[in-house]
Write a protein that binds this ligand. Structure first.
Ligand code: ATP
Ligand code: MG
Length: 451
């Protein structure tokens, strides 16, 4: 493997694997930590380094925290190296010294990717190395502010006999990187491959416990959209989401995901509704599609992508029992367009109405209506959080009518020109949206905007 940096002086680190931090670690160990009254502890506002990739910064909780350890997980080929190389570019542009360590690709391969992405920075260093001791020695020499390890599964400590990628190697190397990050104040990003069942390689979740922040980079392989998600963050909100599009020239930030996720929606199709899911602090509008058709073999099939299968079964049971739709001999497929995952109960009502709409083979009337609400087992529609933000997002995208939980009405400002309909039960929405003119809710049920 090509481990030398062109243009770099020959480094004088000994290959003898002596720990260059042994001394300072001892000093650190001797320093006693005294108990302190909470009120006496001084806090400085956490300084942040901004990549100016808005989506990336937001997912991190508002920029990169110096001395933090961030794990970036994702399926093979999803674009982890691309994302981090682009982040390196931005950080280098901000004047930060960055070291990108690749254990998977030669420095020429990395350079080729950089060329494709249009990245040329003098203070972005690239190293192809897998021995953690060598990496540590180079770190001393270059003294970067940001370090990328791509990937943790390729890095090894020669003092341990097991193979790179094994549990003990991954734990040991992550431990070393953590120590370096904290003692030298280097913001460190570690790439981790995700195994098929969703766990980052190594013992499931072990890596996730060790680091400060865990980001997952996901997306459907055949779609160009990629979603960066924080699943753990010691410095910010979790479940923040950043959306990117993979292009030849690299990942492009998608500033308005709602617009993109609704782009391909055909208005007026049966089985389609629009809902606003909260992704961290921001609402994202997505289309929920359902296809219900008679079962041809014994057991009816229930398949869902982007929504929990059990939740779909539960909603179908509610529709059957409380609304009277005969769904037991129907196959049902539910899909959330754009590869988004809905895990909020607030999206129940939209899923239920999509299913009912497909079953009746009838589009909601009007078709560009926005639906939000949690559904209970008695068929009641329960209140949801952040209703104002969700309705505003829908209004921004041109929706002027919404079904919302009746209990959510009042106490917040409705955008001018928006009409919302407060509902108590799933049946009400069914009747009003799918029941034809004779079933429309009485006007008193409407909460009209004051335009
Ligand atoms: N020439 C190209 N034009 C357009 N897209 C490309 C090109 N080369 C690669 N890609 C995209 O980049 C993706 C690979 O990106 P990247 O190498 O960053 O992924 P990764 O997650 O680091 O993969 P690995 O698991 O192999 O490390 C490809 O799947 C493809 O979508
Ligand atoms: Mg890679």
């Amino acid at each position: 493997m090509d481990g030398t940096l062109s243009g770099m002086p020959e480094l004088e680190h000994n290959g003898g694997r002596e720990d260059p931090f042994a001394g300072c670690r001892q000093r650190e160990a001797k320093k006693p930590n005294k108990p302190m009254p909470l009120t006496k502890i001084e806090t400085a506002k956490e300084p942040r380094i901004y990549t100016k990739m808005k989506e990336f910064d937001r997912v991190l909780g508002g920029g990169v925290v110096p001395a933090s350890l961030v794990l970036v997980g994702g399926d093979p080929g999803i674009g982890k190296s691309t994302l981090l190389l682009q982040a390196c570019d931005r950080l280098a542009a901000e004047g930060k010294k960055v070291l990108y360590v690749s254990g998977e690709e030669s420095i020429r391969q990395t350079k080729m990717r950089a060329e494709r992405l249009g990245i040329f920075r003098d203070n972005l260093y690239v190293l192809a190395e897998t021995d953690i001791n060598d990496i540590e020695a180079y770190l001393h020499d270059i003294d970067p502010e940001v370090l990328i390890i791509d990937s943790i599964q390729t890095i090894y400590n020669p003092d341990i006999t097991s193979a790179p990628g094994s549990v003990s190697q991954v734990r040991e190397c992550t431990g070393s990187l953590m120590r370096i990050a904290k003692s030298e104040g280097i913001a460190t990003f570690i790439v981790g491959h995700v195994t098929k069942d969703g766990a980052i390689a190594g013992p499931p979740r072990m890596l996730e416990h060790m680091v400060d922040t865990v980001l997952y980079f996901e997306g459907e392989r055949h779609h160009t959209f990629r979603i960066l998600r924080a699943v753990k963050n010691r410095f910010g909100s979790t479940n923040e989401m950043g959306v990117f599009e993979m292009k030849e020239s690299g990942l492009v930030e998608v500033a308005n995901p709602s617009e993109v996720f609704l782009q391909e929606r055909t208005n007026g199709a049966a089985g389609s509704t629009v809902v606003a899911a909260m992704e961290g602090t921001r609402p994202v509008l997505v289309e929920v599609q359902a296809l219900v058709s008679p079962t041809s073999f014994g057991n009816p099939r229930r398949m869902a992508t982007g929504v929990d299968n059990h939740r779909v079964s539960l909603l179908m049971a509610v529709l059957e029992k409380r609304v009277g739709l005969l769904l037991q001999n129907q196959d049902a497929y539910v899909n959330v367009a754009g590869g988004i995952k809905l895990d909020e109960p607030a999206t129940d009502l939209a899923v239920a109405i999509s299913i009912a709409s497909s079953f009746r083979d009838q589009a909601t009337e009007p078709s560009d209506v926005f639906i939000i609400g949690e559904v209970g087992l008695t068929g009641e529609v329960r209140r949801v959080s952040r209703i104002e933000q969700r309705v505003n997002e829908a209004f921004k995208l041109g929706f002027t009518r919404a079904y919302i939980p009746g209990k959510n009405i009042g106490g917040w400002t409705l955008p001018k020109g928006m009409e919302i309909i407060g509902v108590q039960t799933v049946k009400e929405v069914m009747d009003d949206a799918l029941g034809g003119a004779s079933h429309k809710l009485s006007r008193s049920a409407f909460y009209q905007s004051d335009t």
